[in-house]
Every structure is written in structure tokens, then in C-alpha cells.
Design a protein around this ligand. Structure first.
Ligand SMILES: Nc1ncnc2c1ncn2[C@@H]1O[C@H](COP(=O)(O)OP(=O)(O)O)[C@@H](O)[C@H]1O
Ligand SMILES: [Mg+2]
Length: 278
């Protein structure tokens, strides 16, 4: 490419420079004034005639920490796939706040609206240190103008410090992520999600494989996120669920079997029968 062509490419009229684009603000359209941040109504997903979700209706309140439990195959992961746009339901509606119809949006659009998902297996950049992992996840946030060579602003540095504090890895900031314990990797990944400033966090089985101490720390971490964020945790570990949950939803064969505080749910005869193995 000649110098002139390069210059033309840089100044193409049909492209706006990233730094001139307004920061994507979903806060303007996200309406949680009625309480819920997430509305799932009559959501059905079938795989070859088998209903993984069967008229599932579920509401998550803004700022709440919700635990979803249910046996293997109950539809927990499918539910998260629907919320994040990975799987489209046969019918039903999924709204983010009162106005944003998630079924009309793509996966990246949904992520850009502040819905973050943490998968079961941690996916951190093992060869980079903790700090760089957090930086990279911030740079992957399309709403923020940065290039790999750009210096971080003071505000961005402050946010990284804040997240290091939240996830309890301040002393590990310069440690290679590959050398972290399993639990620390999970926290780092939660930190990487936090760098993108999500409003709603979906977390799939966060304490699988953790030590008792790590499990306790994770309970504290997720509890501390509620309020600022809405958090939906799918988990099997009942002890853990008891330690964090205010409201527990039990899924069974793709719909809600019971919902309430831990005691109510644990004493529900239907729950005991299908899930707790009475
Ligand atoms: N892509 C798929 N194709 C076919 N069946 C699927 C697919 N995804 C999930 N299922 C089935 O749907 C049911 C619910 O699965 P899933 O949502 O993963 O449950 P959970 O996360 O609660 O264990 C299971 O019976 C599973 O085998
Ligand atoms: Mg699952």
C-alpha cells in the first residue's frame, strides 16, 4: 500500500474513529424500575423433540444474588445459553429490564449490554500475569477505546486496582496466571468479567473443584458483588448455596419446581423427592 493509500484508509469517510464513537450506554435503555433486571416467560427449548426448557418462567431482581439448583439435565446451562443468545427458544420471551428484547439481539450485542457469563472451566491467559489478564479483558471491551500500545488512563488503572482488591489477588498481581491455584484462576476470571462492568453476571458452577477455604472465599466474593451487580449462580454444592443464597430456584425438567429461601426449598417434599434424593 502506498503512503497515500494508507492515509486514505485511515481517513475513510464511512468509518468513524473508535475514539470519536460515543461510549455504548445501555444504562439509558435498561429499565429496571419495576424491579426485575431479567424476565424469562414461557421459554421453551427443544432438542429433537426433547424439551430442555419447558415453559420456563423466571424473574431476577436488579441487584439480587440468585442461586439456581437442579439435577443434571434440569436445563440450567440451556437457560444461560438462552439469556446470552447462544440458543434461541422455540417460543417464549426474554427481556433485559422492561424494554430490551434479548431474543432480537446477537451474542456480542447481549454481552455489550452488560450481561457477562462465566463458564465452568476458567479460561485465563496462563502465560500472562494477573495484571495483564485484567488489562487484556478491559481492552477486549469494545466500548472502551484502547489499543494494545495505548497507555491506560488513571481511571482504568484505578479500576484494575479495585478489581484486584475485590477478587483478593492484590498480592498476586505480578504472578503468572498459569501458576495460580484453581480457585484463584476462577476469581481471576470473575475479575476479568468485572473489568467489562457487567450489570448481570451469570456464573456456572463456580466452586466445582475448589478447596473448602476457596469455596468460602468465593461465597464472600459473590455476595459482595450483589447490589452493584445482579448475580445468577448455578451450583450443585448445597453447602455453598446455603452460605450465599437469599432466594433459591429449583429447576426440574426445564421448569421451576420450587423457589424460596433455602429452608423452604430444602423442606419442600417435591424437591426432596426429585433432587435431594429422598
Ligand atoms: N445441544 C443440545 N442438543 C441436544 N440435547 C441437548 C443439547 N443441550 C442440552 N441438551 C439436553 O437438554 C437437557 C438439559 O441440559 P442442560 O441445560 O445442560 O442441563 P443442566 O445444565 O441443568 O445439567 C439435557 O437432557 C441435555 O442432554
Ligand atoms: Mg450444566
Amino acid at each position: 500500500m502506498s503512503g497515500l493509500d494508507k492515509m486514505r484508509e485511515t481517513f475513510r469517510r464511512d468509518q468513524v474513529w473508535n475514539f470519536l464513537m460515543p461510549r455504548y450506554t445501555y444504562e439509558d435503555v435498561l429499565d429496571t424500575s419495576k424491579g426485575p433486571i431479567l424476565y424469562l416467560e414461557d421459554v421453551t427449548v427443544s432438542f429433537d423433540g426433547f424439551r430442555a426448557l419447558d415453559d420456563l418462567t423466571l424473574y431476577i431482581n436488579d441487584g439480587e444474588l440468585r442461586c439456581i439448583i437442579g439435577a443434571n439435565g434440569a436445563g440450567k446451562t440451556t437457560m444461560m445459553d438462552v439469556i446470552t443468545g447462544k440458543t434461541r427458544p422455540d417460543h417464549g420471551s426474554v427481556f433485559y429490564g422492561q424494554r430490551i428484547d434479548l431474543l432480537r439481539l446477537s451474542e456480542p450485542e447481549i454481552a455489550a449490554l452488560g450481561i457477562g457469563r462465566k463458564f465452568q472451566k476458567p479460561t485465563v491467559f496462563e502465560q500472562h500475569d494477573v495484571l495483564v489478564n485484567l488489562e487484556l479483558s478491559m481492552r477486549m471491551d469494545k466500548r472502551v477505546w484502547t489499543t494494545l500500545s495505548a497507555r491506560l488512563s488513571g481511571e482504568q488503572r484505578d479500576r484494575i486496582d479495585e478489581v484486584l482488591e475485590i477478587i483478593g489477588l492484590k498480592n498476586e498481581a505480578y504472578k503468572r496466571a498459569g501458576l495460580l491455584s484453581h480457585g484463584q484462576k476462577q476469581w481471576l476470571e470473575i475479575g476479568m468479567l468485572l473489568m467489562q462492568d457487567p450489570r448481570l453476571l451469570l456464573v456456572d458452577e463456580p466452586v466445582a473443584g475448589m478447596t473448602g477455604h476457596e469455596t468460602e472465599r468465593t461465597a464472600e466474593l459473590l455476595t459482595s458483588l450483589a447490589g452493584q451487580h445482579s448475580v445468577v449462580v448455578v451450583e450443585h454444592d448445597m453447602e455453598f448455596v446455603r452460605s450465599i443464597a437469599r432466594t433459591v430456584t429449583v429447576l426440574h425438567q426445564g421448569s421451576v419446581l420450587a423457589q424460596g429461601d433455602m429452608d423452604t426449598v430444602q423442606n419442600d417434599p417435591r424437591v426432596r423427592e426429585v433432587y435431594l434424593g429422598d
